[in-house]
Write a protein that binds this ligand. Structure first.
Ligand code: CUA
Length: 162
């Protein structure tokens, strides 16, 4: 056995993971980007934060039914409230939340649903949640946005199916 040409087992135990880990990360990146559609904020999601109230769909905040069981909730965040701060949908609904901010950075997190986004002025955030169980799902601002940040909340009310 000549020195310098042998790959020892314990060397291999370091080399293989150091190749496998970055490859695994690259695969995860590709899967989230192209499979799950996770992207950086893009140009198409922009809105002029000074003209939110005149810009569709935020000129008419609220819930619209896109198809049976599918809803879109347009929500405007500003210090220190969400408009609207109460949303009603029937159980079994899939709701896409479209949220933007008029002023500073806010957050939008729905307790009990898989919805958690940052709400940046100038940017439209989208997140979709499914609501199978009737009940109240509080949503709140989770980015500190000033003195009354803790009062910035609302709720999704999921009604028993008609
Ligand atoms: Cu809005 Cu904290």
């Amino acid at each position: 056995m000549r020195q310098g040409t042998t790959v020892y087992l314990y060397e291999l135990a370091w080399i293989l993971p150091s190749v496998a880990i970055p490859v695994g990360m690259l695969v995860a990146l590709l899967v989230t980007a192209f499979g799950a559609g996770v992207h950086l904020p893009g140009r198409e999601g922009r809105v002029d934060p000074t003209r939110v109230s005149e810009t569709a769909p935020f000129d008419r905040p609220g819930v619209v039914e896109l198809a049976p069981g599918r809803y879109e909730a347009r929500i405007v965040a500003e210090v220190w409230a969400f408009t609207p701060n109460e949303i009603r949908v029937p159980a079994g609904s899939t709701v896409t939340f479209v949220v933007t901010s008029k002023d500073v950075v806010h957050g939008f997190l729905i307790h009990g649903a898989n919805v958690n986004v940052m709400v940046l002025p100038g940017q439209v955030a989208r997140a979709t949640g499914r609501f199978n169980k009737p009940g109240e799902y509080p949503f709140l601002c989770h980015e500190y946005c000033g003195i009354a940040h803790h009062t910035m909340w609302g709720r999704v009310i999921v009604e028993a199916s008609r």
